[in-house]
Write a protein that binds this ligand. Structure first.
Ligand code: PLP
Length: 406
């Protein structure tokens, strides 16, 4: 397969501001004037290309950002949203109506899991949660009512790797849509290029990279994006999780350094994962040959960006995990915080935070243990120093001895 070069796609876009500025001008307006009443009517009907109506629908700044993200994912176009969940919920609700069925990976972000488990059943949309790494299990779960297969390229928090090409073939065979949340692996994995129909991101994470805003995006074909924006029945337009133009402009500026940041996140994560594993810690990182999805990841990846910035270690118990995280924060090795993709390392225990929406018995079934710590590795310039200091913390709380005894 011809290699896809997502960073070039972003680089090759050219923007000018209103006065020749090197950044596009920000559309600092919630509403737009029309020279004729007829054009306003046509715009409502979706027939006036290039005319803006109201910023919940879209705005020039949001279109610029959407265009760049669509270029990155290799889709026809994209629609940005106020948050990742704003993008995910709109995409799902646009495709599924009462009586429909969804097949979802069982290891996904806790908010998405809660939406599919608790919220959509109230609309009579049901979901079966399956082990997405087993294509035969996914296929067996398909019913005549199934409309979509949903997964994350690299799952939160267990870092399971989805076989996007295999899932895309299944989706095609059964006339379903494959929706992929690519939040953990921007640039590294290009799901649309591998056959996914719709690719979503929480821009809040790596793509923006500054932990200063929320954002989301749906990347898809023009027909689907027109549908989610439709003033009469579009889920993005009517549910209203729209992005503000000021934020769209700032995220676009940060997007331009994503390739440099991803390489550094990946380099640092690989370094730490190798050391942690060698020290005897139970380490999960897609870049380690011991990861069950390692070969699959290698087949799918755009090599130069590495295996991403996310890794987990299991320190045996929540008490140990908390003790270690508090000490690492005290020593300024990162922050005890949810979210990911920051310049500083972030760590949290997903069982009691980002995945706490998942009931305990189901957490156990999917292998999400109490002592799991999820790391979003930062952009540290001297990762060897970071490792030495982290190791010191691990020795002090007795995690390394515990690991040796496995
Ligand atoms: N998808 C993944 C994989 C996430 O980790 C998150 C948030 O943690 C989301 C989606 C939701 O994004 P947001 O918090 O921007 O709504």
């Amino acid at each position: 397969m011809k290699k896809f070069a997502p960073a070039n796609q972003i680089q090759d876009l050219q923007y000018f501001g209103e006065f020749g500025g090197v950044n596009p001008s920000i559309s600092d307006s919630s509403t737009y004037t029309f020279l004729s009443a007829k054009t306003m009517f046509d715009t409502f009907e979706g027939n006036a290309d290039g005319c803006y109506l109201y910023s919940r629908h879209t705005s020039p700044s949001n279109l610029y950002l959407g265009e760049a993200l669509a270029a990155m994912e290799g889709t026809e176009t994209a629609n940005v949203a106020g948050t990742g969940m704003g993008a995910i919920t709109a995409a799902i609700l646009q495709l599924c109506k009462a009586g429909d069925h969804i097949i979802s990976s069982r290891t996904i972000y806790g908010g998405t899991y809660a939406f599919l488990k608790n919220f959509t059943p109230q609309l009579n949309i049901t979901t079966d949660f399956v082990d997405i790494t087993k294509l035969d299990v996914v296929e067996a779960a398909i019913t005549p009512e199934t409309k979509i297969i949903y997964c994350e390229s690299v799952s939160n928090p267990l870092l399971e790797v989805a076989d996007i090409e295999g899932l895309a073939q299944l989706a095609k065979k059964h006339n379903l849509k494959l929706l992929v949340d690519n939040t953990f692996s921007p640039l590294t994995i290009s799901p649309a290029h591998l056959g996914a129909d719709i690719v979503m991101h929480s821009l809040t994470k790596f793509i923006n990279g500054s932990s200063d805003t929320m954002g989301g995006v749906i990347c898809a074909n023009q027909e689907f994006i027109d549908a989610v924006r439709n003033v009469n029945d579009g889920a993005s337009m009517l549910l209203g999780a729209s992005m503000d133009s000021m934020r769209a402009a700032s995220i676009l500026k940060n997007l331009r350094t994503l390739h440099i940041r991803m390489k550094q996140h990946s380099k640092n994560a690989m370094f730490l994962a190798e050391r942690f594993e060698a020290d005897g810690l139970k380490t999960v990182y897609p870049g380690l040959p011991s990861h069950p999805g390692h070969e699959l990841f290698k087949r799918m990846m755009n090599e130069e960006y590495g295996f991403g910035g996310m890794l987990t270690i299991d320190v045996g118990s929540l008490e140990k995990a908390n003790e270690l995280m508090e000490l690492m924060q005290e020593r300024n090795l990162g922050y005890l915080a949810v979210s990911l993709g920051f310049y500083k390392t972030l760590f949290s225990a997903p069982g009691s935070s980002t995945s706490s929406e998942i009931p305990e018995d189901e957490q156990a079934e999917m292998g999400l243990s109490d002592g799991l710590i999820r790391f979003s590795i930062g952009l540290d310039n001297d990762i060897e120093r970071t490792y030495e200091l982290m190791k010191q913390c691990m020795m002090e709380v007795g995690v390394l001895e515990a690991a040796m005894a496995y």
